[in-house]
Ligand binder design. Structure first.
Ligand SMILES: [Zn+2]
Length: 242
């Protein structure tokens, strides 16, 4: 087991979780089988162009993912982060690239879904109606719901080529954290690579947790190799005041 990382009373921990954490619960990712997700290519289903071209196909894909997400359970990594939130309160900032609700189902309350949420939808025309909870399954063009304004309802997901949500808040939290943990997200690609650079510049201790050593391992103060569900429980310790 890796040496425990102690979180002191003044520390603020920023955690970024990526696809590896969901994969350990059995959810597939585009990284499996050469960028295919159950036979779908990224460009076919997860870009604004795909939506313009074939909204029905896009909704079939996200409907399938809604069904898959309901079949999966949180794993020990999700529970370890929920426990950490109970200990640290708002000194933990949990930011996830994952769109599934597994962090919430494990008990995390304050988290930011930078790439959106599988079980929320919104108006494609951005008419002013806010995004909303939606667990609908839409298999045909006729199933796709319409907004009051007449436009189609789309998944509340950040597609390739779109801006992630709440970047201002993310950068503010990166500036003030004293520790950054990147978990189950490739350390070398955006956004994790940018996050570690910024936290590093601010003097934060940076920890990478994943099954393989990242190419930019030297950017991290520590690299903890292993599955998140195996190494995360017990990795962070929060001493109780005497
Ligand atoms: Zn609308």
């Amino acid at each position: 087991m890796p040496a425990p990382v102690e979180i002191g009373p003044q520390d603020r921990l920023f955690v970024l979780t990526g696809a590896g954490v969901s994969a350990e619960s059995g959810l597939p990712t585009f990284r499996d089988s050469n960028g295919l997700w159950n036979g779908y290519r990224v460009e076919e289903v997860a870009t604004p162009e795909a939506w313009m071209e074939d909204a029905e196909k896009v909704w079939r894909f996200y409907s399938m993912r809604r069904r898959d997400a309901l079949r999966c359970e949180p794993n020990p990594a999700h529970y370890a982060l929920a426990d950490l939130e109970r200990d640290l309160g708002d000194r933990l900032f949990l930011c996830t690239q994952n769109v599934d609700p597994l962090h919430e189902r494990a008990g995390s309350k304050r988290l930011l879904h930078m790439h959106g949420e599988l079980f929320r939808s919104r108006c494609e025309a951005e008419c002013g109606r806010p995004d909303f909870f939606d667990d609908g399954i839409y298999e045909t063009a006729a199933d796709i719901p319409r907004c009051q304004c007449g436009a189609q309802i789309r998944p509340h997901i950040v597609w390739f080529g779109e801006m992630p949500f709440d970047m201002d808040r993310i950068f503010a939290e990166l500036d003030r954290c004293t520790m950054l943990a990147v978990i189950g997200s490739s350390g070398t690609v955006y956004p994790a690579a940018g996050f570690v650079q910024q936290a590093h510049r601010s003097g934060a201790r940076t920890i990478y947790i994943g099954p393989e050593r990242p190419l930019n391992a030297t950017m991290f103060s520590e690299v903890v190799l292993g599955k998140a569900g195996e190494v995360l429980p017990g990795l962070f310790t929060v001493p109780k005041p005497d």
